[in-house]
Design a protein around this ligand. Sequence first.
Ligand code: SF4
Ligand code: SF4
Length: 332
Amino acid sequence: MTQTVSFKKNATNVFFHILTRCNLNCRHCYINPAQHGKETLPYETIEKWLTLFMRAGKETNVVFLGGEPSLHPDLSLCIKKARALGCRSVTVDTNGYLFNDILSKVAPQEIDYFSFSLDGAAAKTNDRIRGKGSFRQCLAGIQQAVFRGFKTSLIYTVSRTNIDELESMPRLLKELGIDRFFIQVIGIRGNATDRPPEKLQVARDEWLRVVPAVARNAADLGITTTYPKVYLSLAEPFECAGRVADNYFIFPNGRVYRCPLCEDYPLHSLVCTGDRLRPTDKINECDLFRLDIPEGCVMNKIIQPDNLCYNPDGSPQYKIACCLLKEEIQHT
Ligand code: SF4
Ligand code: SF4
């Protein structure tokens, strides 16, 4: 059954970029050193900042990411600290290179998922986007993680470049022993802004024809699958997660965003300084969250308006959902 995952009011989701350095240079990478810094955060700072996001009476889900988080020599300490603080779930997003022998420094019960990024069902497509040899290395990383008893998930970012291979993914995931599948939509930010958007963004009709069907196929194979809703009819309600949910995207230079689409701009609404979290001056992303427009998401209209369509009278044909609104299909 397909279910829209509504924004949870009683959960805090922390996406913690513990460094921005990476061994790859993917074509759609959203990391922007000019905005996010180049630091590798010392473990002591990570520990301090993590505690700033723990809220009494609320469950906290933490995702450690980067850059490539396994390049951080203290990633295992970060995972253990998040567990010790009582986080409900701890996930590591990785490109599969699994540096610093990370799999031997944590136990499967200390981490909910190693989440691998792959953008093609074949090396040719994936490596064109993520770099030569990255397909082989990612598969090897998944195999090692599964062999050692870790739960694994996989993130596939859909663009014009790789949508044709999405249909082949469920079988590959089944063969690899992946537990969860996250389909993502390309965002026009970071490296992706260097390319003409029409070459990267998938048209609405194609998205709706391909993505939900692939998600159902993966769920039929026993893999719980999540994909962004992206398109809303004009009658469907629109909600901005920035207004109603507790999501924090933390970068090593201390910037904390509530909306991933704002990350290419100095629009962060919070900043970590020393061991304090404080609000930033206006104008910031929160001022944008308050704007109601007929097209739905304000940031979408500002940074990637090519996925909107209008009637002759200027009214939009549909709305764009918050990029954080997901559909989930559980395996039965
Ligand atoms: S692996 Fe992730 S952080 Fe590294 S270049 Fe690719 S998208 Fe960016
Ligand atoms: S993606 Fe759009 S709707 Fe979602 S938090 Fe950002 S501005 Fe709000």
